[in-house]
Unconditional design. Structure first.
Length: 171
């Protein structure tokens, strides 16, 4: 089934509140398409809509802890790769321990739906760490903050839109 990509600024109803606010603030070159929310998980989405897994990037929220302090970061990796949470990401956050943030915590802190979390519209103090493989993609599909749609942009535009830091993040 083909996706109907339109400028995200034309369909704020397909975006989570923080994402819509970020789109409204900046001149972001984002496209959005409505999808079946039951197919928001990457493998099901790619299979149903004919998007290659290497053209889909996942956003995971990582919580790094050190001395009673928790630091959060958004980590973007292609769906065909795994993030090195306990190595590169933990060291980058200068944390003693790092793990995926619990689902309820990620949802509460981002204002987005689980399975749709995106680096666009996250708290400004959170770093966005983008795997070097993501920026090589001319077209990458990411979450929109809600499960009923997806965003698309280039890997370079993703870094520009989020102020992301490009690192080798995969194992």
């Amino acid at each position: 089934m083909a996706l109907d990509w339109v400028p995200a600024s034309e369909r704020p109803d397909l975006l989570a509140g923080p994402v819509a606010a970020a789109v409204e603030k900046g001149a972001l070159d984002l496209r959005v398409a409505a999808i079946d929310p039951g197919l928001a998980d990457t493998a099901a989405f790619c299979d149903r809509y004919g998007v290659a897994m290497e053209d889909s990037a996942n956003c995971v929220i990582v919580a790094g802890r050190r001395g009673g302090e928790t630091r959060y970061a958004a980590v973007m990796v292609l769906a065909v790769h795994r993030a090195d949470v306990n190595g590169v990401i933990r060291r980058h956050l200068d944390a003693r321990k790092a793990s995926f943030a619990p689902q309820s915590e990620a949802v509460e802190l981002t204002g987005m739906e689980y399975g749709g979390i995106t680096p666009i519209g996250l708290p400004a103090e959170w770093p966005v760490l983008v795997d070097e493989n993501v920026i090589q993609r001319p077209f990458v599909v990411i979450g929109s903050g809600v499960r009923r749609s997806k965003l698309a942009l280039s890997g370079q535009a993703l870094v520009a839109a989020t102020g992301g830091e490009v690192l080798a993040l995969t194992v």
